[in-house]
Design a protein around this ligand. Structure first.
Ligand SMILES: Cc1ncc(COP(=O)(O)O)c(C=O)c1O
Length: 389
């Protein structure tokens, strides 16, 4: 396509700061632009294309489902939906699931779930959700308000009420904010958009204890770090805690739009008929894709491989000994590199070198390669990366 930039700018809303590339196709861990140029992909569509591009099992399963049926309303049962949901319940250890279409929508539902649990047990006035500073929970109004970054809280007034923010991994600050109005504490095990910051284990364990003691719901937003991304099925598995509510999206569908709210024992019966819904939620094609992803991610040795590949990637970056690199952090295949210069410039340079990377703020380069990336591709990518930082 010749004038793709001009065309886009002529009718799309101006919400995204795009890179100068029009992608035509993908294969494995590579993407190809309209001119046939090849790129190693360290982005996987921001953690979505977890099995890379052109995955045969995924394509076959989706195609088969497309031929059967690709949408039925939730007023009917559907066999593929039941099968996929059962897999998620079995693999997650949670009690119940509600499917949405995106991460923000899952978080909206999770907030409703926490508030209803509290309302039924304690009555009105106990609807506050505590979230962490530097968090990111989505773009819809409540999810945006839950997002603990001032820069997002503009223009769209009035924002919904009932949110408080505390510094990540600062238990004392959290205790100071506790009052009788709090019904839930929501956090990302690794803050992704906020700069790839893993929470401290001790902090998470303390919060989990506190939640149990005060009957506050422990909520994990696993939209970015869930479904194997960090080398464990959930990001919070690194901290040996069990939440009451978990949200998923991104990698769960392997590239198809999906979101999920998972409920633990406390809240498994909180939503009753009519309390929540979504026309597209639980789409059979998206759920069929999620079943393939779950089978792959939970197949023997897959998570261990992610851990191993993550270590390789981390060590290769650290081994560069570049004075431009201030810190490398993250877990599994979710890695942040804090650099001296502007991450945006590094991203543009990487692009011209044939490597796709993400940013997470001004000075952090974020890497979220497909979970299926090979060690060789990792090494090749790092060689290209060094030239950009
Ligand atoms: C942790 C987290 N929560 C929620 C969201 C929002 O997800 P979506 O863009 O699918 O609404 C994101 C997106 O980046 C995210 O990283």
């Amino acid at each position: 396509m010749k004038d793709y930039k001009e065309l886009w700018n002529s009718f799309f809303m101006d919400t995204y700061g795009q890179l100068d590339i029009a992608i035509e196709k993908g294969e494995g861990s590579y993407l190809y632009d309209v001119n046939g140029k090849e790129y190693i992909d360290f982005t996987s569509g921001i953690g979505v294309s977890s099995l890379g591009y052109g995955n045969k099992k995924l394509i076959e399963a989706i195609t088969e489902q497309l031929h059967k049926v690709f949408h039925v309303s939730n007023i009917f049962y559907n066999t593929s939906t039941i099968e996929a949901g059962q897999k998620l319940i079995q693999r997650s250890g949670m009690k119940r699931v509600f499917y949405s279409n995106s991460g923000a929508e899952a978080n909206e539902g999770a907030i409703k779930l926490a508030r209803k649990y509290s309302f039924e047990k304690y009555g009105e006035g106990r609807g506050t959700i505590i979230t962490l500073k530097q968090s990111f929970h989505g773009r819809t109004l409540a999810a945006l308000t839950a997002t603990g970054q001032e820069k997002f809280h503009n223009y769209f007034f009035p924002f919904p009420q009932g949110f408080k923010y505390v510094e990540a991994s600062n238990f004392e600050a959290l205790v100071n904010e506790l009052d009788g109005t709090v019904c839930g504490i929501m956090m990302e095990a690794i803050q992704g958009e906020g700069g790839v910051h893993p929470l401290q284990k001790e902090f998470v364990k303390q919060v989990a204890e506190l939640c149990k003691e005060k009957d506050i719901l422990l909520m994990f937003d696993e939209v970015q770090c869930g479904v194997g991304r960090t080398g464990k099925f959930f990001g919070f598995n690194h901290f040996d805690v069990m939440p009451d509510i978990v949200t998923l999206a991104k990698g769960l569908g392997g590239g198809l739009p999906i979101g999920a709210i998972l409920a633990g024992e406390k809240v498994e019966h909180t939503f009753k008929k009519g309390d929540h819904g979504s026309t597209f939620g639980g789409n059979p094609v998206a759920l069929t894709a999620s079943a393939v992803v779950l089978d792959e991610v939970c197949s023997e040795g897959f998570l261990e491989e992610i851990e191993k590949k993550g270590q390789l990637l981390m060590e290769a970056i650290k081994g560069l000994n570049s004075p431009k690199i201030k810190e490398v952090r993250g877990k599994g295949l979710m890695i942040g590199i804090e650099i001296e210069g502007e991450s945006k410039l590094a991203q543009e340079k990487a692009l011209s070198n044939g490597l796709l990377i993400l940013t997470a703020g001004q000075n952090v380069v974020r890497l979220l390669p497909p979970l299926t990336i090979s060690e060789e591709e990792i090494k090749k990518g790092v060689e290209l990366l060094v030239q950009c930082i």
